[in-house]
Design a protein around this ligand. Structure first.
Ligand SMILES: *Cc1c(COP(=O)(O)O)cnc(C)c1O
Length: 465
């Protein structure tokens, strides 16, 4: 299996090199040269298997010969062994043919754990075989940092440095990062804002001598391996609901378009998907793109579902590449125009193809609160605000009643207790395995908003040869 860049200017690579590269050197994103297929018999054969087994079977064609099958199988089994639910990604029924896919049973209670727990182990495995190391650096406003830290902690070939803006994350978010005391984990509380953290991160990557000396890398959501691992929960839930005999629809709370692109990949592999629905909050560029062909940027507005407060959905480029006939040069021209003019129009024929594959809906903060309240009253389930956006949009976009609709719950309600309490009067508790979070010891270094200070800090601690 080989991967090509969406901008057509990079040499095709195998899975292990795509994993380590992240972004392609021409600025594009890697996609499989052709989609692997799961036959109906192979899908049927997944029924009754464990989540780890299903993930292994879905991931294997994407990995190809880059990793030995028995190594991959062991690594995936290890990744999900510590999850807080026997089913790993359980389905809950909310209505006659309406389901919730719970993706918050990982170590940091957000769906990013499902991909990152595997990706951290893949990095470590591939690096050790190549006799190499990396220094992962990242900036977080709160949520992604902890998932990355949990994925990389105690990994032999990795050191990880995560910057967060000092005093500007929630207590739970900070503690989920700073109470990880593994020697290869380094938390930096920066005296600045999240934008300052991001600017410093960019400056570190732009410092070529520094970047090369410490083999800087990132585990952000454009990494193909993250998308590939996420395909598994679409396949697993569809099989549980009767695939390949029965078609299933999904509604996905969307930010960077990574999660829903994994659903699209599942469909391309042969999973019988009836429809895919993009759910947005008030930051609705994807809704406007799909409804009107109008891909124009506006300012990011804060909402109750902050992980979806995004205007440029980086993974959308992977879909544009397909809509433009997998022509890299045309995709590159489109992206350059979009960046320069802050808008692009999707021509009618391509818009029709986009709409054939995706529906879209929006959800305001008021509707988010109302949905949390209504679902709790009717079913007793507590939704987090992102899951509520999905459930609200799923209700609007619902097509045929005989097709099961699965809305994705991407965060545990205890990660967003204020919104849940406002809607229901109940302050959701952290699960038992995190109940002592507020008593755990923290380790964090406070640094000034200064590139030299941060680089010196990294240089003193990264275990490079
Ligand atoms: C990251 C995240 C999203 C957005 O997912 P994308 O893959 O970026 O579209 C939605 N909800 C929650 C809770 C998240 O953490």
């Amino acid at each position: 299996m080989r991967y090509v860049s969406t901008r057509g200017g990079a040499r095709p690579l195998a899975f292990d090199d795509v994993l380590l590269a992240g972004l392609a050197p021409d600025g594009g994103l890697y996609v499989p040269r052709e989609w692997p297929r799961l036959t109906a018999a192979q899908i049927a054969d997944l029924a009754g298997r464990s989540y780890a087994e299903i993930t292994f079977r879905v991931l294997r064609p994407f990995v190809g010969n880059a990793i030995r099958a028995d190594d991959l199988e062991a690594l995936v089994a290890d990744a999900y062994a510590g999850f807080g639910h026997e089913a790993v990604a359980p389905l809950k029924q909310l209505g006659p043919n309406d389901f919730l896919l719970e993706l918050f049973h990982g170590p940091t209670l957000a769906f990013k754990d499902y991909a990152l727990q595997v990706v951290g182990r893949l990095f470590d495995h591939v690096l050790r075989k190549k006799g190499a190391r990396v220094t992962i650096v990242g900036a977080t406003s709160g949520d992604t940092g902890s998932a990355a830290i949990e994925a990389c902690r105690d990994r032999e070939a990795i050191d990880i440095f995560i910057m967060h803006p000092r005093g500007r994350t929630s207590e739970v978010q900070r503690r989920q990062m700073t109470t990880v005391l593994s020697p290869n984990v380094h938390n930096i509380a920066l005296k600045g804002t999240f934008d300052d953290c991001q600017d410093l991160l960019k400056a570190m990557f732009a410092d070529v001598a520094f970047r090369d000396r410490f083999a800087l890398s990132a585990v952000n959501s454009i990494n193909w391996a993250r998308v590939a691992v996420q395909v598994a929960y679409y396949v697993a839930s569809a099989v549980a609901l009767g695939a390949p005999r029965r078609r299933v629809a999904f509604t996905v709370p969307t930010g960077n378009f990574g999660n829903i692109f994994a659903a699209h990949a599942a469909r391309r592999m042969g999973l019988p998907v009836a429809s895919l629905v993009v759910a947005s909050n008030r930051n609705d560029i994807l809704w406007r793109t799909i409804a009107k062909g109008d891909m124009s940027l506006s300012e990011v507005e804060p909402s109750l579902s902050p992980s979806m407060d995004i205007q440029v959905s980086s993974n959308f480029e992977r879909l544009l590449f397909e809509l433009w006939g997998r022509r890299g040069k045309a995709t590159a021209a489109l992206m350059t125009r979009f960046r320069a003019e802050r808008r692009a129009e999707i021509p009618p024929a391509r818009l029709a193809a986009l709409r054939a594959g995706f529906a879209a809906g929006r959800c305001s903060d008021e509707e988010t609160i109302e949905t949390i309240r209504r679902v709790h009253q009717r079913t007793g389930e507590l939704l987090d605000p992102h899951g509520a956006v999905a459930v609200h949009v799923a209700g609007i976009a619902r097509g045929r009643r005989d097709v099961p609709m699965v809305a994705l719950a991407c965060a545990h309600p205890a990660k967003f207790p204020d919104a849940v309490e406002r809607a229901t009067g109940i302050r959701p508790a952290l699960p038992a395995r995190l109940a002592d979070l507020h008593e755990r010891r923290e380790r964090v270094s406070v640094l000034p908003n200064d590139l030299r200070a941060v680089e010196d800090f990294v240089a003193a601690r990264a275990r490079m040869r």
